[in-house]
Design a binder for this molecule. Structure first.
Ligand SMILES: Nc1ncnc2c1ncn2[C@@H]1O[C@H](COP(=O)(O)OP(=O)(O)OP(=O)(O)O)[C@@H](O)[C@H]1O
Length: 519
C-alpha cells in the first residue's frame, strides 16, 4: 500500500460520519490490499446484548445474521467475550458451533481460514469484532504488517467513539420502542378495565369510556356533569385510575362540609387556628399531592370559598388556616355537580371565572332514561356483584322482570337501579330468578316504608335509651325518604324540612350516602 493510499484511507476514516461508513472504507481497503476473500464487522449491541452486523465487503449487512452472545464456540462470540483474537486455519473443521455461525458461513464465499480480531475501546472493553476470511498465509501477513497494526488501532479508536454514539442512539430507540409498547399495553389494559367497571352497551357509554381514557392522559381540570346517581363519582374515580398519577384519589363532598370548616378541611390548619383546632392538620389539598382532588357537588361550594379555590388553582399555592407560609400541592382537579352551573352563575351563586377554570375539559353523563340499552347490563352487573359478595347464585331476571326494568325511567339513575336490584336480590332465594312482581312491589309506595312502621315502632319502644331510639328513628326516616325520592338529597332535605347540609352530615355519619343499599 503506498503512502497516498494510506493517507486517503486515513482521511476517509476520519471523515466517516458513522460506524457503517467507517467500517465500509476500512474493510474495503483491507481486503483489496492483502488480498482477502472477504471481511465483515460486527458491533456489540448493549441494548440487545448480541453482535449486530455493521459492514461486509461481500454482501449486504441485511443478509447477515445477528449473533447471540451465548454461542460460546462461535469464533466471533469468543473473540468478543475473551477480547482475544481467534485464528481458525481450517474453517471446515468448525462444526456445531452455533446456528448464528452456520448462517454466517452460508453467506460467505468459501475460504480456508478465518481470523477474528476484537475491536477494543479505550477502556479495553470490546465494542465489536472484525472477521477476515482468506488463506492462512494472507491473514498471517496482514496480522504481521506494522502499517496495518497502526491502521487497525486508528480504526478501533474511531469504531469505539462512533459505537458509543450508535449505542446512545440505539438505547434511545430501544427505550422509545419499549415505552411505546408499554403505553400500548397500558392503554389496552385500561380500556379493558374501563369496559369491566364502567358498564353500558349504549353508544353514550362507549363514548364516555373513550373520553375517560383521553381524560386520564391529560392533566387539565375536568368538570363532570349529570343528574344525581348518573355515575359522576364513579367516572371521576375511573379517570384517576386511567391516569399515570401515583398519588391518592381524594374525594371531597363540598355540600357535606359545614361552611365554616370547609377551608380548614381543604387547606389544613395550624394548631389553635380556630376553636377546636387542638392540633395541626394537613388538609385534603395536601393529601392529594401527586394524585387527584375530586370536588364533588362543587355547585354547593360557598361563594367566599370559591374565590379562595380560584386563587389556589391559578397560583398553585395554598395557605393552611392560621399559617403564615404558603404551601404547594401538585394535584389534578376533577369537579362534579348535578346543578346547572350556568344558571347558578346567573343567580349570582357561582363565580363565572371559577366555572371557566374548572371546566378545561367537560364530561357529561346522560341520565339513564336517555340510554335504556344500558339498563340490562347494569342490572346484571349489580346482581353478579351481589352474588359474589354474598356467595349466592341468584340466576338473573325473569323475562318479564328484564322487560319491565327496561321500561322504567329511573329518575335516580344508576343509583336507583342499583338499589332496586340489590333490594330485589335480598328478597329472592338463591337458585331462583328475580321476578317482575318483586321489583314492582319494591317500587310501590307501600313497600317504601310507612306501613312497616308498626313493628318498627314496637322495637323502638323496647329500647332502653331514648337518644338511641331517636337516632334509629331518624336514620330510618331519612333512609326511607331518600329511597322514595330516588336518592335526591335536595328533595329529601326539602321534604323533611331540614337544611341540605344537615342532611349531608347525617348521611355521612350513618354512611347512607353513595350507594344507599336500603333494606
Ligand atoms: N356505568 C356504570 N357502571 C357501573 N356502576 C355504575 C355506573 N354508573 C354508576 N354506577 C354506580 O352507581 C352508583 C351511583 O353512582 P355515583 O355515585 O357515581 O353517582 P353520582 O352521579 O356521583 O351521584 P350524586 O350526584 O348523587 O353524587 C355507584 O354505586 C356507582 O358505582
Amino acid at each position: 500500500m503506498d503512502s497516498l493510499a494510506v493517507a486517503t484511507l486515513a482521511r476517509a476514516m476520519a471523515e466517516a460520519i458513522d460506524l457503517y461508513a467507517l467500517s465500509r472504507c476500512f474493510l474495503a481497503e483491507l481486503v483489496a490490499a492483502h488480498p482477502l476473500a472477504s471481511a465483515c464487522c460486527y458491533r456489540r449491541s448493549l441494548a440487545e446484548d448480541r453482535l449486530v452486523p455493521v459492514a461486509c465487503t461481500q454482501i449486504s449487512t441485511d443478509a447477515l445474521p445477528l449473533l447471540d452472545l451465548d454461542e460460546l464456540e462461535n469464533p466471533l462470540v469468543y473473540a468478543s467475550r475473551s477480547a482475544k483474537p481467534c485464528f481458525v486455519e481450517d474453517v471446515t473443521r468448525l462444526v456445531d458451533v452455533g446456528a448464528g455461525f452456520d448462517a454466517l458461513r452460508e453467506s460467505w464465499s468459501a475460504a480456508p481460514a478465518l481470523l477474528v480480531v476484537p475491536l477494543k475501546s479505550a477502556g479495553k472493553s470490546v465494542s465489536g469484532v472484525a472477521a477476515l476470511l482468506g488463506t492462512a498465509a494472507s491473514l498471517t501477513s496482514w496480522r504481521q504488517s506494522p502499517l496495518w497494526q497502526l491502521l487497525l488501532a486508528a480504526y478501533e479508536s474511531l469504531f469505539s467513539r462512533l459505537g458509543d454514539m450508535a449505542d446512545a442512539e440505539e438505547s434511545i430507540r430501544y427505550e422509545t420502542s419499549v415505552r411505546r409498547t408499554l403505553e400500548r399495553d397500558r392503554s389496552k389494559s385500561l380500556a379493558k378495565r374501563l369496559a369491566t367497571e364502567f358498564i353500558g352497551n349504549s353508544e353514550a357509554a362507549r363514548h364516555i369510556r373513550e373520553e375517560m381514557l383521553r381524560l386520564g392522559e391529560s392533566s387539565l381540570s375536568v368538570l363532570i356533569t349529570g343528574e344525581t346517581g348518573s355515575g359522576k363519582d364513579h367516572a371521576a374515580w375511573l379517570i384517576h385510575q386511567a391516569s399515570p398519577r401515583e398519588g391518592p384519589f381524594v374525594p371531597v363532598n363540598c355540600a357535606a362540609i359545614p361552611k365554616d370548616l370547609i377551608e380548614a378541611e381543604l387547606f389544613g390548619s395550624t394548631r389553635g387556628a380556630y376553636t377546636g383546632a387542638t392540633q395541626a392538620r394537613a388538609g385534603l389539598v395536601a393529601e392529594a399531592h401527586g394524585g387527584t382532588l375530586f370536588l364533588d357537588e362543587i355547585g354547593d361550594m360557598p361563594m367566599a370559598m370559591q374565590g379562595t379555590l380560584l386563587r389556589v388553582l391559578n397560583e398553585k399555592k395554598y395557605r393552611p388556616v392560621g399559617a403564615t407560609k404558603e404551601r404547594e400541592s401538585n394535584f389534578r382537579l376533577i369537579c362534579a355537580t348535578h346543578q346547572p352551573l350556568p344558571q347558578r352563575i346567573r343567580e349570582g351563586l357561582f363565580r363565572e371565572d371559577l366555572h371557566f377554570r374548572i371546566r378545561q375539559r367537560w364530561l357529561h353523563l346522560p341520565p339513564l332514561r336517555e340510554r335504556p340499552e344500558d339498563i340490562s347490563a347494569l342490572a346484571t352487573h349489580v346482581l353478579l356483584q351481589y352474588n359474589r359478595d354474598h356467595g349466592l347464585h341468584i340466576g338473573g331476571f325473569s323475562a318479564a322482570a328484564a322487560s319491565w326494568l327496561g321500561q322504567q325511567s329511573f329518575p335516580g339513575n344508576v343509583r336507583e337501579l342499583r338499589s332496586l336490584v340489590l333490594a330485589a336480590a335480598e328478597r329472592t332465594r338463591t337458585g331462583k330468578t328475580i321476578a317482575m312482581e318483586t321489583l314492582q312491589a319494591l317500587t310501590s309506595d307501600e313497600d317504601t316504608g310507612a306501613h312497616q312502621g308498626d313493628d318498627g315502632l314496637q322495637q323502638l319502644m323496647s329500647l332502653d335509651s331514648l337518644p338511641d331510639a331517636v337516632e334509629t328513628f331518624e336514620r330510618t326516616m331519612v333512609s326511607q325518604r331518600l329511597r322514595q325520592l330516588n336518592g335526591s338529597r335536595s328533595r329529601t332535605a326539602q321534604s323533611l324540612g331540614i337544611p341540605k347540609r344537615t342532611l349531608a352530615y347525617k348521611c355521612r355519619k350513618w354512611k347512607l350516602d353513595r350507594d344507599m343499599d336500603f333494606p
